[in-house]
Design a protein around this ligand. Structure first.
Ligand code: ZN
Length: 686
């Protein structure tokens, strides 16, 4: 089995933004999934260089256009490398192999009688580099470039007889209902075909930057006609017949929804004219907006994917783009949402699960887990999830595929909460049961990581290593390795937290947190109406609407630590054996009322406020991670609760002496615990 997969090639007049990266990353997920399924895959990407905009941009910079394109190729490749895109081939339209393919295909269409000379007169959008019909303009402007005035052009061109292929295209759509996905795009194109097609210009006169027409070399091939041919050029059309025979037709063109028309009308007609097979499928993905607005450099709504990848690494970005956007529809990116998903899916959920398993395996079984003999309840969950995963991935419902993998992770966390390994460990009579629980969790994590390999290649490989998978990741196969294995000892490997919780207070992208807390604030998590991410607490969470959350979980919810645990040590701390503490333990924590005397923002921190408080016996400086919920001036005069006997900690260069108590919903803004005026500073709270 073979699979030839392409993305659109990109204009190199500017660096890729997050929307461009979305297409490459999702196509890469598909390519990696195919390889995981044992399919021989050819995944190609590339750059579209014969654009007048590219030519102009190079001249503006005083550069030779080709030298400019060489430089941009390096920039694009560096971005795709940072996002871990595993392309097998990268084509440039200035390459000799592309030129040969364009000239051969243009000649073939000419020989069929589908190219003729005529005069083009009409509107032209310079930015789209596309001819626009009157009906395509909105208020006289290109809808994609409303700040530009289209040019009225009259020139001698060669035309491609697109109109001739309308019926053949309609028939192709009817015979191949899956040709264009998702369905909404197909309906758009069918309406277009119903309305009839006009012949299109396929050359430009008086330009030097482009590929000369073989039958009229004083003209160059119009950039759109030129660009589409890259897909055939890459696999040897015009240069390597055996390679072309092996890989053509393409199995899937992944393109943006705005250019599906070129790929499902113009391109198939060109191929029909040249006597070549049509691609099997075109997938028109949606756009990634930024805070609800179309991503655009000129509007300032553009995000550099490298900035995003530098925040938490490439894999969290790949997961966000794949899991949070229904593939085919539009999606949205904001930094806040991105950070929230990172904390929920990776820090709290998968990362925490891996850390907890390693800690328990080490503590109870010296990191060696033996199979219980048969798969437990989790085996059933895994079997269901892998079936749903496969069904989704096979039709490119990539978001559903991710969701299926995360069902396994959720189920494993719940399984730990229900089986309470720390309780089983207390009684030697439960040894066999404890073996089974730990092994089953390890096996569930292993399979979830196999399913996530296409989405998060590097970190899934690391998770697999930690749960004792011995097969090299490149040799793992979906069919064999995503099934429950109830045999073989697993050696569990401990390591640093895979995804430490984000911490704005650290003031920069990626790096070890300066402090385990997201701010020096005690979190009292709202349990009602929010999804509990602390399974160990679940059984007794019911009757209490709020509870002070001591950091009993491993590596979870680090801003709630009552003690100053260094971040690196947190994930390796063994789990608590019992979730309750004695009254003596509680009384060790001295909580006191305090009156806020002064409050100010901490420079360069989004979350921290610096408070001067009266704790009855003295005045102290306390930092609190509440800047997103309170203006400093709101706080002066308020009586709040603080942890009085906490060791001082330095945050953003300021020593904080104590900790403020606040209630927070998961991922939401904190609300301070306050008292009315009858309460004086320094009273004990218990
Ligand atoms: Zn335009």
């Amino acid at each position: 089995m073979r699979f030839f997969l392409t993305t659109a090639i990109d204009y190199v007049n500017s660096r890729p933004h997050l929307g461009t990266a979305y297409e490459k990353v999702t196509a890469d997920v598909i390519a990696r999934y195919k390889r995981l399924c044992g399919v021989e895959t050819y995944f190609m990407m590339g750059n579209d260089e014969h654009s007048q905009n590219v030519y102009k941009r190079a001249l503006e910079r005083g550069m030779d256009p080709l030298a400019y394109c060489d430089q941009m190729e390096q920039e694009f490749r560096a971005v795709w490398k940072q996002l871990d895109c595993s392309f097998d081939d990268f084509i440039r339209t200035t390459e000799p192999r592309h030129r040969a393919a364009v000239q051969k295909l243009a000649q073939a269409c000419y020989d069929t009688g589908d190219i003729y000379e005529g005069v083009y007169e009409g509107w032209y959008c310079v930015s789209c580099e596309a001819f626009k019909q009157e009906k395509d303009l909105v208020g006289g402007k290109c809808p994609l470039h409303p700040t530009l005035t289209p040019e009225w052009i009259r020139e001698k061109n060669f035309f491609f007889r697109l109109s001739k292929y309308r019926d053949a295209l309609l028939k192709h759509f009817a015979d191949h209902p899956g040709f264009l996905q998702p369905d909404a795009r197909r309906n758009e194109i069918l309406r277009l075909l119903d309305a009839g097609l006009e012949d299109i210009s396929m050359s430009r006169a008086g330009q030097s930057w482009g590929i000369p027409l073989p039958f009229a070399p004083e003209n160059v091939v119009y950039v759109w006609f030129d660009a589409l041919i890259n897909y055939a050029a890459a696999v040897g059309y015009g240069t390597d017949d055996s390679k072309f025979a092996r890989w053509w037709p393409a199995d899937l063109h992944v393109v943006g929804k705005d250019i599906t028309r070129f790929h499902t009308v113009v391109w198939p007609a060109m191929l029909m004219s040249a006597g070549l097979e049509l691609p099997r499928q075109v997938f028109g993905h949606g756009w990634v907006n930024f805070g609800g607005q179309r991503m655009s450099k000129s509007l300032g709504t553009s995000v550099d994917p490298v900035d995003v990848a530098q925040r938490f690494g490439a894999d969290p970005l790949r997961l966000y783009l794949t899991k949070e956007i229904s593939y085919g529809g539009d999606g949205d990116f904001t930094w806040e949402r991105y950070e929230e998903r990172y904390n929920v899916d990776l820090a709290n959920n998968l990362g925490n699960l891996v850390s907890r398993l390693a800690a328990m395996a080490e503590k109870y079984r010296a990191s060696r887990l033996s199979p219980p003999g048969s798969g437990g309840r989790l085996a059933g969950v895994v079997a269901d999830a892998r079936t749903r995963y496969q069904a989704a991935m096979d039709v490119y419902a990539l978001h559903d595929g991710c969701a299926a993998a995360f069902e396994i992770i959720d189920a494993a966390n719940e399984f730990i909460a229900e089986t309470a390994p720390w309780a089983l460990a207390k009684d030697p009579a439960n040894a066999g049961r404890l073996d089974g629980v730990l092994f089953d969790v390890a096996e569930a994590i292993r399979i979830a990581a196999v399913l996530l390999l296409p989405v998060m290649p590097a970190s899934s490989a690391e998770v697999l290593r930690r749960v004792g998978e011995r097969t090299p990741v490149g040799e793992l196969r979906f069919e064999r390795d995503s099934r429950w294995r109830a045999e073989g000892e697993r050696v569990i490997v401990k390591g640093d937290a895979l995804w430490p919780r984000s911490d704005d207070a650290q003031g920069g992208p990626k790096g070890p947190p300066l402090h385990p807390g997201g701010g020096h604030v005690q979190s009292v998590r709202q349990q009602v109406g929010t999804k509990a991410v602390s399974p160990q607490h679940r059984e007794d969470a019911g009757p209490q609407p709020h509870r002070v959350e001591a950091d009993l979980q491993v590596g979870l919810k680090k801003e709630s630590t009552l003690e100053e645990i260094p971040a690196a040590a947190a994930p390796t701390t063994p789990p608590a054996e019992d979730q309750r503490i004695s009254i003596d333990d509680f009384m060790k924590v001295e909580l006191r009322t305090a009156k806020v005397l002064e409050a100010e923002a901490v420079p360069k921190s989004k979350k921290l406020l610096k408070l001067k408080v009266d704790v009855g016996t003295e005045q102290r400086t306390v930092l609190a991670g509440i800047a997103e919920a309170y203006q400093p001036e709101q706080l002066v005069g308020k009586t709040i609760a603080v942890v009085f006997n906490l060791k001082p900690a330095k945050l953003m260069g300021i020593e904080s002496n104590g900790m403020v108590l606040a209630a927070s919903p998961e991922g939401g803004k904190p609300t301070l615990i306050t008292f009315d005026e009858t309460v004086e500073p320094g009273w004990r709270v218990r």
